[in-house]
Design a protein around this ligand. Structure first.
Ligand code: NAD
Ligand code: DAU
Length: 332
């Protein structure tokens, strides 16, 4: 019996978390992943087979989930449809995986008294104005903007209800924007890096002043492990690394890394309902659980990420044409 079940462990952050667990603990890990377009088996392939096992399956499959929960004491739940632009195109899989899938896990956690950590996003809080001094805290009211963030908000509410009504031993974390290796090239930073590798200008939505609060995926993983091990049941913890940058700042840093003119940017059609600013106040996690981020220098982390995409072209190249065709059809 493996100790830990990780849903979505072949995705961007889930696979980083599995590496983190193998490196920093003695736990055995079972990954449950549907291997959607966003997954990559390669991200966990090289981990030792006596520590990590991959089960290909869907979190909405109640029979499979019940069997896996009967064999595991703890579950970390990353599996999700994760991309806002896709949710604007077709919300249906977001409702199915993010809401019905989380419900399916909660029912199994309730039946088998399994400890569950639910991984969520800061987008459940909506957005902040650029000149607002406030940041999101655990007490910020929910106000999601997109089908993706609404589906994650729904899943968070289900988790809290299962804790309160059925005594499920769960915690929740809401994290800001992650960057690092193995992120699908549909997302902002990898899309811009792979454009620049191809000599294509970065494509920035709207005026480019939207702010995201960047954190390295490995810091997200260390925070999730800390909450799993030491978090108080029923509590929510916000995860962030004080990495606020607007999209133009990120793109200019990337242009500089490629030795390109900092104005070589193509402004494209804005995302409908585009959230203006996210910002995380992570004081509770830091003071209560003693967590702090390891990657404090965003520009250095970005340079490492550029180097990673340069050296992993075999991995992302097969997806580039279809990804760009999806955006081109929307004028992006
Ligand atoms: P991702 O899209 O890279 O990976 C998602 C993984 O879930 C994939 O491996 C996919 O195959 C799997 N999956 C999807 N549907 C499934 C299903 N029905 N059954 C089983 N597996 C399924 O996503 P990510 O960026 O790694 O995000 C992981 C989690 O972290 C999500 O819950 C997301 O909401 C949350 N999150 C992401 C960020 C971010 O910046 N990317 C920030 C905060 C929170
Ligand atoms: O805040 C956490 C969230 O961060 C996670 O919950 C989501 O799973 C994750 O995808 C991410 O959501 P965003 O919508 O913020 O990330 P994305 O990479 O899609 O876009 C980041 C910013 O860049 C956003 O302001 C939109 C902009 N953008 C994006 C793309 C793909 C562009 O300007 N051009 C682009 O081509």
């Amino acid at each position: 019996m493996a100790d830990l079940l990780v849903t979505g462990g072949a995705g961007f952050i889930g696979s980083n978390f599995v590496h983190h667990v193998v490196e920093h603990t003695d736990l055995g890990v079972t990954v449950l992943d549907k291997l959607t377009y966003a997954a990559s088996r390669e991200s966990i392939d090289e981990l030792p087979s006596d520590r990590v096992e991959l089960v290909e399956g869907d979190i909405t499959d109640a029979t499979l989930v019940d069997k896996l929960f009967s064999d595991h004491g703890s579950v970390v739940h990353f599996a999700a449809e994760s991309h806002n632009d896709n949710s604007l195109h077709d919300p249906s899989p977001f409702i199915q995986t993010n809401i019905v899938g989380t419900f399916t896990l909660l029912e199994a956690a309730r039946k088998h008294d399994v400890r569950l950590h639910h991984v969520s996003t800061d987008e459940v809080y909506g957005d902040l104005d650029l000149d607002d001094p406030k940041r999101f805290t655990e007490d910020t009211p929910y106000q999601p903007s997109s089908p993706y963030s609404a589906s994650k908000a729904g899943s968070d509410h289900l988790v809290r209800a299962w804790v309160r009504s059925f005594g499920v031993r769960a915690t929740i974390s809401n994290c800001s924007n992650n960057y690092g290796p193995w992120q699908h090239i549909e997302k902002f930073i990898p899309r811009m890096i792979t454009n620049l590798i191809d000599g294509v200008p970065p494509k920035v939505y709207g005026d480019g002043l939207n702010v995201r609060d960047w954190i390295h995926a490995d810091d997200h993983s260390s925070a999730v492990l800390r909450i799993l091990e030491q978090g108080r049941i029923g509590e929510t913890y916000l995860i962030g690394a004080d990495g606020e940058r607007n999209n133009l700042q990120v793109v200019k840093a990337l242009l500089a890394a490629f030795g390109r003119n900092e104005d070589d940017i193509e402004f494209v059609t804005d995302r409908p309902g585009h959230d203006r600013r996210y910002a995380i106040e992570s004081g509770k996690l830091r003071s209560e659980l003693g967590w702090s981020p390891r990657f404090q220098d965003f520009e250095a982390g970005l340079a490492d990420t550029v180097a990673w995409y340069r050296s992993h072209e075999d991995w992302w190249r097969p997806h580039k044409q279809a990804t760009e065709a999806f955006y081109a059809a929307k004028g992006q």
